[in-house]
Design a protein around this ligand. Structure first.
Ligand code: 13P
Ligand code: SF4
Length: 305
C-alpha cells in the first residue's frame, strides 16, 4: 500500500515536471485510475485532453485509444505505457478487410466503432462509440449502412433503426463470451439488483439486462438511479469507478470475471518508466491522421440525443 502511494506520488511529480496529462480508461486497474488526472471512455478522454495545455498525453489504455489521441491532438506527444497493449476486436479488421467489405456494398457509408486502428478509421465515413452508435447511424439517414468492426454493437443499433445495417463479423472476446447462466446466477444471488450490460455483449445477454449502456452510460445511470444495487456486465475495471463515485451503492460483477488482459498490462512501474524516458510514443502518420480525423470529427459533431 505504502509502495503504491510512493509510486503514485512519483508519477504525479514527473507528470507535473513534464507538463503531462495522465488519462486512464475505465477498465484500468484501480491504482492507475487513481493516479490519472482524468478517467473515462476512450473518446471523452481524448476530447478532454485536446482541450488542455499539456504537452504530453500518457494514455493508460490500449493502442487504438492512444492512436485516437494522436489523431485528435497531433501537436501533443502521446505515450502508451505498454506498447503491446492491443485490442483484440480492433485487430479483427484492417484496411484490406474493410475494403473487401466495402466492395461488396458499393456506395454504402461506413460507420466504424472507435475501437479500431487509425488506418481503418481513415477508410471510414464516420466513427461511433458505444454511447452514440444509434444517434450516429440515424444522423446519416441513408437507407443502408455498413457497421464495423463490432457485430454486437451493430446488432444492438439495428434494433433502433429501420435502416439496413451490413454487419462486419468482429467482436470483443470478453463481452461476446458472457453466458446467460452467469447472468441468471447473479440474478438469483442478488434479486434486487439492476442489470446493466454493455452493447458489446451478444443480443441474448442484452435481452435480459434492465439497461444497455456504454461505460460512461453506466456511470451516469448508477449516479442518477434511485436503485441501490447493480449487476455490472462489462469489464470488471469499471466497478472500481462505480464504487468510488457511489460509495453508498453496491456493485456486483459476474462470474467468471470479465477481464481484458490488455487493459491490465499498465502498472505504476511501467507507467513511471515510460513517462520518465518518454518512450513508446504513438504517432499516426499525417496522411492517415487527416483522413481518420474527418471520421472522428464528423462523429463529435453529431448532436447527442
Ligand atoms: P466504452 O468505454 O466506450 O464503453 O468502450 C468499452 C471498451 O471496450 C473499450 O475498450
Ligand atoms: Fe478491446 Fe474488448 Fe479489451 Fe475493450 S475490452 S480493449 S473491446 S478486447
Amino acid at each position: 500500500m505504502e509502495n503504491i502511494k510512493k509510486l503514485q506520488d512519483e508519477v504525479r511529480a514527473v507528470a507535473k515536471e513534464k507538463n503531462a496529462i495522465i488519462l486512464a480508461h475505465n477498465y484500468q486497474v484501480p491504482e492507475i485510475q487513481d493516479v490519472a488526472h482524468l478517467t473515462g471512455d476512450s473518446l471523452e478522454l481524448s476530447i478532454k485532453a485536446s482541450k488542455t495545455d499539456a504537452d504530453m498525453i500518457v494514455f493508460c489504455g490500449v493502442r487504438f485509444m492512444a492512436e485516437t489521441a494522436s489523431v485528435i491532438c497531433p501537436d501533443k506527444k502521446v505515450i502508451l505505457p505498454v506498447p503491446d497493449a492491443g485490442c483484440e476486436m480492433a485487430d479483427m479488421i484492417n484496411p484490406e478487410k474493410l475494403q473487401d467489405f466495402k466492395d461488396k456494398h458499393p456506395g454504402v457509408p461506413v460507420v466504424t466503432y472507435i475501437n479500431s486502428t487509425a488506418d481503418v478509421k481513415a477508410l471510414s465515413d464516420i466513427c461511433c462509440t458505444s454511447a452514440n452508435a444509434v444517434s450516429v447511424v440515424k444522423h446519416i439517414r441513408t437507407p443502408e449502412i455498413i457497421m464495423t468492426p463490432d457485430k454486437n454493437l451493430a446488432l444492438w443499433t439495428q434494433r433502433h433503426t429501420a435502416q439496413k445495417i451490413y454487419i462486419y463479423s468482429g467482436f470483443c472476446p470478453i463481452h461476446d463470451n458472457v453466458r446467460t447462466e452467469s447472468i441468471i446466477t447473479a440474478k438469483k444471488r442478488y434479486p434486487q439488483a439492476v442489470i446493466l450490460a454493455h452493447p458489446e455483449c451478444p443480443p441474448y445477454i442484452l435481452d435480459i439486462a434492465h439497461a444497455v449502456k456504454s461505460t460512461s452510460g453506466m456511470l451516469e445511470f448508477a449516479k442518477n438511479s434511485k436503485e441501490k444495487e447493480f449487476i455490472i456486465v462489462t469489464e470488471s475495471g469499471l466497478i472500481h469507478t462505480l464504487k468510488k463515485q457511489n460509495p453508498e451503492k453496491i456493485f456486483h460483477g459476474i462470474e467468471p470475471e470479465m477481464l481484458c488482459e490488455n487493459m491490465k498490462k499498465t502498472t505504476l512501474g511501467n507507467l513511471l518508466i515510460a513517462l520518465k524516458k518518454e518512450e513508446n510514443i504513438i504517432k499516426v502518420a499525417e496522411d492517415i491522421r487527416k483522413k481518420a480525423y474527418i471520421a472522428v470529427k464528423r462523429m463529435i459533431d453529431v448532436p447527442r440525443d
